[in-house]
Design a protein around this ligand. Sequence first.
Ligand code: ADP
Length: 722
Amino acid sequence: IRSHTCCDRKLPCVAWSGVSKRIPVLLFCAEAIVSKDVAIRSVGEKYNLAFKIVRTESRLVRGILVNHGFHEVHPNSNDFNLMWTGSHLKPYLLRSLQDFQKVNHFPRSFELKRKDRLYKNIQRMQQTHGFQNFHIVPQTFVLPAEYQEFSSSFSKDKGAWIIKPVASSRGRGIYLVSSPSQIPLDENILVSRYISNPLLIDGFKFDVRLYVLVTSYDPLLIYLYEEGLARFATVKYDHATANIKNQFMHLTNYSVNKKSSDYVSCDDPEVEDYGNKWSMSAMLRYLRQEGKDTTLLMGQIEDLIVKALLSAEIHIATACKMFVPHRCNCFELYGFDVLIDSNLKPWLLEVNLSPSLACDAPLDLKIKASMISDMFSLVGKFPFPTGSESQSVSVLIHSSSQCQRPPSSNSADPEAQREKAGAKLAESTLSLTAEEMKVLRRAQEEYDRRGGFVRIFPTPDTWELYSVAFIILFCVVPSALFCSLISWLFVLVPPSCSKVQARMAFSSYLHRVQLRLLAESRANMGPAWTQKEHDQMELVVRFLKRASSNLRQDMCLEEPSRLLCLSDRQRILSHQLGNFIQLYNQETKQMVESLDKIPDEDRCINSNVFQEFILEASESDLEEVLTFYTQKNKSASVFLGTKCDSSRVKRTSDENRESERHFFIFYMPSHQPRMKYDTAHVIKECFNNRWWSERNSSPKNEKSVIIYSPPCHYKPIKRNPN
Ligand code: ADP
């Protein structure tokens, strides 16, 4: 798919998706806007694809859609595949969206767009995850509410501040002040610390416009377009206070500077570093030649984008759950404005929800037409009428009622049958629900159609950077890594094991200990035994005494005599452990039978994956999971049971704690180093392309794993600049 071109004479602008790669997908190409190619147009026309543009005027969007054969419907019409709107949608309109319809905004996007909300969201992240980790925006106060705080900050550091209306754009109403007395207190405004040391090129201040595409907030999927724009001020920078009123020096907005007689535009799209608007890549090339580390800079910019979106993620994901009926209804193209200071630190100035798509200069058209075409290819999917509509394939957009609908799948159609069979096979091999399959395939296919968009979240690094447990991916991992990965998932991914699963894990763990004791008893025929081995035996004895007292049934426990040799003691203990496991499993079974529904099963690990894990996990893998479960629940009573029978020896709470503490430390043979994978390493390995799979089934020595968790479980780790 990646190598698609419009020059494929048979099927222009078509890629293939779905399990068997037989579902056609319409790809957009920027050249269509100028070439007006009939073959390209005919593809969209064939399916009667419709769009509407509401409350905005975008010649570029209209041009691209029309030249791909879409027809425009009235803004009031509901028969559209794509709605391009300049403002956010009311909840009732979102709720009425059908599965083949898309809009270019998520609900509650004002959490990012409004400068006051954006700042508050980032401030919240600073408080919960550390100021340094979210130090991505200049210090800001909302006035008049925070006037006191602002005054005290001002008295400590008397630099310039910049005043902005809370919900405005294009530099409107923005000015600089050097004293609080210059600030009006009767309006809601934002006052931000002015970055007085901007990075300059040829003495001019500039900022960068980056195009960021989000196709889902749950799970979060973020793409950054490879190209952007650098926008220059028209007067050379001089931070002397006398110039404070000169907007052409301090503001970099195009809408401000185009009014200056000094504004220079460039008529040649191939010249990207001339005049007041450069391409981002030309700007980076220039900085590289100046000896600046642009790789580090771009890494920090990506980090800033991810963090800004994470700060609003919970609000937007929640709103999506409430108002958006289908996962694929919304996408959003954001314009991120970033200012780079002389230390090469990027600062987020604002997030635009409807970034300007005006093409005043040839360079604008060159960059924006490619970006918009790639965006539509990435978010949209247009099936042919002859294609199947198999449940397993996410049909993102198809024609609406008056538009031509693809016929429903025909059971006699061999392609439809193959598609269904493929999906079934994948479903059974992966143990995924239909919904998981859909989400997964969508993420994979989006990635395949990404064009010039680079996925910046999730990536292998996001695990290390944000310790993120919110990935949704299908990985095929070597069997050797499977159990390690799953045991780490128990620890990392919040939906952990249910009580029944915890008991099953515990029983398996004891079974491993039992087998080990038996194996060691065979190997330990000699008289010598170490203090460590002695201690371990003691632990097992102590455990059995305590745990058996919690069984509902009586268990006759005989402590092996200390006069016996080690191997005999191990053998006896192993046998007793076996008896214990049998009774323990019976109780688990009774527990399951007495429940209609396992109370916390909604939050537990997928039972098929869990079963597989239980069968194959090593003693240390299981120990990992159980230790985590105990820590998380601050008790091991789930495995121990809580029965307190007065006929038995009464235990003090100290003793209880003592027994819990010793639960998972049976296994410490010094000759066998514990195999423990570093989480980031395991995840990275899984992300490694070698184990990405688009296959329908996995070979025997590999296993499929889906990693999924809801948003907002992460703790950011500061990026190490080195
Ligand atoms: P608008 O939405 O009106 O464009 P911005 O927040 O993007 O508002 O600010 C407009 C311009 O002002 C920016 O492009 C930048 O040049 C300048 N600017 C804004 N905030 C700061 C700041 N804190 N320090 C330095 N310059 C700033």
